[in-house]
Write a protein that binds this ligand. Sequence first.
Ligand SMILES: [Zn+2]
Length: 297
Amino acid sequence: MTELPDRRLLLVHAHPDDESINNGATMARYAADGAHVTLVTCTLGEEGEVIPDRLAHLAPDREDILGPHRIGELTAAMKELGVTDHRFLGGPGRFRDSGMMGAEQNNRPGAFWSADLDEAAAYLVEVIREVRPQVLVTYDPDGGYGHPDHIKAHRVAMRAADLAAEPAFRRDLGDPHTVAKIYWNRVPRSVAEERFRWLAGALGPTPYAAMASIGDVPGVVDDARVTAEIDGRAFAAAKTAAMAAHATQVEIAPGGEPVFVLSNELAQPVFDVEYYELARGEAATPYETDLFAGVVA
Ligand SMILES: [Zn+2]
């Protein structure tokens, strides 16, 4: 890439669908605003539970072709968000979905969880040195909710940011680059509580019998830890459409309410304002409304 836009945002996620659920509005907003948005997804999400009956045959305990199918879902989601630069870490299928924590898939050869950290990080170093993002978004050290692939994605992202800046590391992967700001996905507890109170009242018109709980939402923390928010309300429809593109994993409530379910069929609110904690770098202001605030191109 020789002509890079001034602002460059890199997001590192574990599975197809995580980007749309966590950052869909942010991605759509920055893409529409002319920033270069790069998504790196670490696995194909081969171990996901399939919601629609008509697609149940894709599942890992049946035909085991969910991974390739989810490449198509992710491609469709990126179209909805207006994001054109999407890659899989090390190429599609290089690392496999590790399943939930404690599953035997965690330690299977090729599983992302059991991959060597520096070997996995080197693939991301190459992307960082090519795209040269000022801002990187990923999960907190717990991966938001303890899924092994999310924890590993966090570790790979943080390690790669270090290695990319290290002049002595693998010059064959490009010239050193320091990412100015690293954010972790967050949801302020008060916002989650407010949205679930709203959801309790809105559940009626939806086909769903029960709600998830705040504990099911990744990255919920005390409000004081949240340092930035991106108002994506103008891109709420794009976010919802991107989530819906992941049809094996996500179902959007019919009728237009911002409500979705995963395979557990517990209703959750769609967040069209997305929240972040600055984990590395300097905040331009105590509470930021632009991830690029204070960043020099
Ligand atoms: Zn995931």
